[in-house]
Design a protein around this ligand. Structure first.
Ligand code: GLA
Length: 399
């Protein structure tokens, strides 16, 4: 007996919006001016390429974080969350600093502080109630969904921010996460959350964050998300270590970013790094991953599901062996999905736990999920959770 499968369905805007409006009245009194939503994401391919000026191909999930918000005249911010009852934070926007407030509030407060640099902190006063429907700690960018939903709410509430476009809002969210929440992030998550195109994946060129929507051409296939429920505490330090190995390689190569050597023979680039085995492995991943992203876009255009799957698996192997950011649970999810007939599978996001994705023929989704579940139970691991991932809309105002 292996127990039931657990699915994490997406909530609808209408049901969350009206419940959140009621909860706002209970928390703060009165009505919010509106409710805003921003999605989590999966990344089809292009992992650990964003901070190297490369390409990635995420899409927005239908799973969103919601914010009910109302402006205040006094430059103060009050932040509460339906996931943290009794922990309302209140303070002056002008007094928000790195790490104070800390925890999840920093993602909202950090956005207010960064946007406040443009128009003065006193303009950013607001009451904000958050309701997160992106699974937490699943590597699906619940944190970007939080920063992006509050950024869009503040943008729409504060007239002085009218000229700030979504690219600039995404940049503000990256700064809020890096500088105020102390979370290293490279920009992919915030870009897709704010700038996704419904029913498309988003090819992001992280040299300048320009975007190309990529149609999902495989209607017979679905992207199944396997949330392994594993969160390894070494993730943050390891993310920073990967970034610094790439920066060291850039210094040795005399370039500002690994993007500058895209198109050169990989072996020639690696030869210039010989003697630094770690840099060789990391750079080999980044350079080959960039090529895989562009190849996968081509395979999608040609509707070649098998080729898409092959590239996903190659990405996983490279992340596992060269970038060394996978873990037992992610490898098991990928191997079990492939053994059960998935067309492709790979870890998605930063790694060290979180989620894997599998490209699966629609009529085989339940079977693959069942097989992955059984493999986890057999291995004595906590049962994974599953999500149906459909390329969905960017951040938007709900009401
Ligand atoms: C995390 C970061 C992103 C990106 C991925 C790895 O999700 O927030 O910016 O670097 O890891 O691709």
């Amino acid at each position: 007996m292996t127990g039931e499968l657990t699915w994490s369905p997406a909530a609808t805007d209408a049901e969350v919006g009206s419940a959140l409006t009621t909860a706002f009245a209970q928390e703060f009194g009165g009505e919010p001016d509106g409710v805003w939503a921003a999605p989590g994401r999966v990344n089809l391919i292009g992992e650990h390429t964003d901070y190297n000026g490369g390409w990635c191909l995420p899409f927005a999930l239908a799973h969103r974080t919601y914010c009910a918000a109302r402006p205040r005249e006094d430059g103060r911010l009050r932040v509460a969350s339906r996931q943290a009852p009794g922990h309302t934070w209140e303070g002056e926007v002008g007094e928000i600093t790195a790490g104070a407030p800390g925890g999840w509030v920093a993602y909202v407060a950090g956005v207010a502080a960064v946007l406040g640099e443009r128009v003065g902190p006193e303009a950013l006063g607001a009451d904000i109630l958050v309701d997160g429907h992106v699974p937490l700690g699943a590597g699906l960018s619940s944190s970007a969904a939080l920063s992006c939903s509050s950024a869009l709410a503040l943008h729409d509430l504060v007239p002085e921010l009218a000229g700030v476009d979504r690219a600039a809002l995404a940049e503000a969210c990256v700064r809020a996460e890096n500088d105020y929440a102390g979370a290293a992030t490279g920009g992919m998550d915030q870009s897709v959350s704010l700038r996704a195109v419904d029913e498309h994946a988003l090819l992001i060129d992280c040299r300048d964050f320009s975007l190309t929507p990529v149609a999902w051409t495989l209607p017979e296939h679905e992207v199944l998300v396997i949330d392994t429920r594993a969160h390894h505490s070494l993730a943050d330090g390891q993310y920073a270590a990967r970034r610094s190995a790439c920066e060291r390689a850039c210094r040795t190569l005399g370039v500002g970013s690994l993007r500058e050597v895209h198109g050169r023979e990989v072996e020639d680039v690696l030869a210039a790094l010989s003697g630094d085995g770690e840099a060789v492995r990391r750079v080999r991943h980044v350079l080959t991953e960039n090529t895989r992203v562009l190849d996968l876009v081509g395979a999608l255009a040609e509707r070649e599901a098998d080729e898409v799957g092959r590239l996903m698996v190659a990405s996983h192997v490279s992340l596992r062996d060269d970038y060394e950011v996978s873990c037992r649970e992610l490898d098991l999810a990928v191997d079990a999905a492939l053994a059960a007939g998935a067309t492709g599978a790979r870890m998605t996001g930063g790694g060290f736990g979180g989620s894997a994705i599998a490209l699966v023929a629609r009529d085989a989704v339940d079977e693959v999920a069942q097989a992955v579940h059984a493999a986890f139970v057999d291995a004595g691991l906590e049962a994974p959770h599953f999500l149906h991932a459909t390329p969905s809309a960017p951040a938007h105002r709900v009401s």
